[in-house]
Design a binder for this molecule. Structure first.
Ligand code: ATP
Ligand code: MG
Length: 434
C-alpha cells in the first residue's frame, strides 16, 4: 500500500495514513477512540464528536471489531494514549468489514479451545501470543541457518515423495504415484547421507517429514519439520558439537532479537540460553540414574528403550539439555555405526530437553559390507535400497549427523504444553484441514 506508515513509526507532527485491524472501539460519550492494530503494534484514533463531521464519526465508530480500515490524520503527542501518540482522523476508509460475530476473540480476553483456534488460525494469529510464537519460530529457523553457515554446511532439499521408507514400514504414509506405490518421506536420512558422501561434505536441510504416528500425543505430529545435519569426516562427538552449537545459537538469537515476543508470552524474565557444554551421559549411566530416582515401577535393564516417565525423571535429575550417548545397537537403526571394539554398543546419541527427546543422531555405517548386513539384521531387503547402498561402493567417507524436531525445539524453548501450538496448520489423527 502506497504511503502507508506502520503504527510504530507514527511520529507527532506528521500526517500519516495507517492501515490495519480495528482492535477495539471505546465510546466515552463526547469522545470516543478507535484502536487500530497492525503488525508493529497499536495506535489510538481519537473522535471528538462535536468537532467532527458526522459521517466520519459514524464510519469510525460504527465499524465492527477486526474490520480492516485505513485512517489518515495528524499525529499528536498524547501521554494518556497507550503508545504516547494519537491520530486525529481526516478520513477513515473501511477496506474490509468483519462480521460482528467472531468465532474467537483475538484480544485473548475470552479464552478459546485449541481446536477452535486451529480452525480459525487467521483470527487466532491476530492475538499477541500466537503471533509471538510464529515470529519466534521464524527467528529459530533463521538462526539455525546462520549457525549451519558458521559450521560450513550447505543447505539442501531432498525429495518428499519416495520409493522406500527410512526406518521400515509402520509409520509410512503410502501414496499412489502414477499407478505405483510410493510413500511420503519419514526423514531425509538416506538422501542427506548420499549428499554428504559427495563433494559437498557438510549439508543441512530444513523440511517436512511425514509419520503415520498411531496416537495423538502432545509431542507428535503427522507432518513435522525436521532440521537435519550430516557431515562427512565427522564422528558422533563432532556431530554433537555442531548440534549443541545450533541449539545454543537459536536460544541466543531468540533472546537477542525477540524481546517483545518473549514478553507477550510472559517468558522475558526467565528466558535463558541453555547451560553449556551439554552433559554427555552414556545410555548405561542413564538407565542407572533413572532406576535410582525410584520413579519407575519396574527397573530398566540394558537394551530397554527409555520410557517417557524415565526420560522425565532423568530430565528432572539433570535439569538442563543433555546428550544420551552409546545406545545399545539393537535399539538404534541399521544406518547407525557400532563401536569398532564393541558391536553391542552403537555410536547413536539423542539430545534431550528435560521434558522430551529433541534430537537423534550418530555416526553412520559407511562400510558397504557392514551396511548390507545391517539391513538384513533389521529385516529390510537391501535390494529395495540399492539406490542408496550402491553409492557406498564408490568412496563413501565416514560421516555423522542428526535431526532436530523443529516444533519440539520451539515447544520446549517456549514452554508450550502442546506441540500443535508451534505449527500453523497441524496434521494429526483428526486434523486434515485447514
Ligand atoms: P519419539 O521417540 O519421541 O517418537 P523418534 O525417536 O521416533 O521420536 P526420530 O526418528 O529420532 O524420532 O526423529 C528425530 C527427531 O524428530 C526427534 O527427536 C523429534 O524431535 C522429531 N520427531 C520425530 N517424530 C516426530 C513427530 N511425529 N512429531 C514431531 N516431531 C517428531
Ligand atoms: Mg529418536
Amino acid at each position: 500500500m502506497e504511503n502507508r506508515t506502520y503504527t510504530a513509526d507514527a511520529e507527532p507532527g506528521e500526517t500519516v495514513t495507517v492501515a490495519g485491524w480495528v482492535h477495539e472501539v471505546r465510546d466515552l460519550g463526547g469522545i470516543a477512540f478507535l484502536i487500530l492494530r497492525d503488525t508493529t503494534g497499536r495506535i489510538q484514533v481519537k473522535f471528538e464528536k462535536d468537532e467532527m463531521d458526522d459521517e466520519l464519526v459514524e464510519t469510525g465508530l460504527g465499524v465492527a471489531r477486526e474490520s480492516v480500515v485505513s485512517v489518515t490524520g495528524d499525529v499528536e503527542e498524547e501521554p494518556r494514549a497507550p503508545t504516547g501518540v494519537e491520530i486525529t482522523p481526516e478520513t477513515v476508509d473501511v477496506i474490509a468489514p468483519a462480521d460482528t460475530e467472531l468465532p474467537l476473540d483475538p484480544s485473548g480476553k475470552v479464552d478459546a479451545e485449541l481446536s477452535t483456534r486451529l480452525d480459525n488460525r487467521t483470527l487466532d494469529l491476530r492475538g499477541e501470543e500466537s503471533k509471538a510464537i510464529f515470529e519466534i519460530r521464524g527467528e529459530t529457523l533463521r538462526a539455525a541457518r546462520d549457525a549451519f553457515r558458521e559450521a560450513d554446511a550447505t543447505e539442501i532439499n531432498t525429495p518428499k515423495i519416495v520409493a522406500t521408507g527410512t526406518e521400515g514400514g509402520t509409520e509410512l504414509f503410502p501414496i499412489t504415484y502414477f499407478g505405483r506405490e510410493a510413500f511420503m518421506n519419514q526423514s531425509p536420512q538416506l538422501f542427506k547421507q548420499l549428499v554428504a558422501g559427495s563433494g559437498l561434505e557438510r549439508v543441512f536441510e530444513i523440511g517436512p517429514i511425514f509419520r503415520a504416528e498411531e496416537h495423538n500425543t502432545p509431542r507428535h505430529l503427522n507432518e513435522a519439520t525436521s532440521i537435519d545435519f550430516e557431515g562427512a569426516f565427522c564422528d558422533a562427538s563432532e556431530a554433537m558439537d555442531v548440534c549443541e552449537q545450533v541449539v545454543a545459537s537459536v536460544y541466543e538469537s531468540v533472546a537477542e532479537n525477540c524481546e517483545s515476543q518473549l514478553e507477550a508470552l510472559d517468558l522475558a524474565a526467565e528466558f535463558e540460553p541453555p547451560e553449556r557444554p551439554f552433559p554427555r551421559i552414556s545410555y548405561e549411566e542413564a538407565i542407572e540414574r533413572i532406576n535410582a530416582t525410584g520413579e519407575l515401577d519396574e527397573q530398566l535393564v540394558w537394551g530397554d528403550d527409555l520410557p517417557t516417565e524415565g526420560e522425565k525423571a532423568l530430565g528432572a535429575d539433570v535439569g538442563g539439555h543433555y546428550f544420551i550417548t552409546d545406545w545399545p545397537s539393537e535399539i538404534k537403526p541399521f544406518y547407525i555405526k557400532d563401536h569398532d571394539d564393541d558391536p553391542e554398543l552403537s555410536t547413536g546419541f539423542d539430545l534431550m530437553h528435560p521434558r522430551m527427546e529433541l534430537v537423534s543422531g550418530g555416526q553412520r555405517e559407511h562400510r558397504y559390507e557392514q551396511l548390507i548386513e545391517g539391513f538384513q539384521q533389521q529385516g529390510l531387503d537391501p535390494e529395495a535400497f540399492e539406490y542408496y547402498t550402491s553409492m557406498f561402493k564408490y568412496g563413501m567417507p565416514p560421516h555423522a549427523g542428526w535431526a532436530i524436531g523443529g516444533e519440539r525445539l520451539v515447544m520446549t524453548m517456549l514452554e508450550l504444553s502442546n506441540i500443535r501450538e508451534a505449527v500453523l496448520f497441524p496434521r494429526d489423527r483428526q486434523r486434515l484441514s485447514p
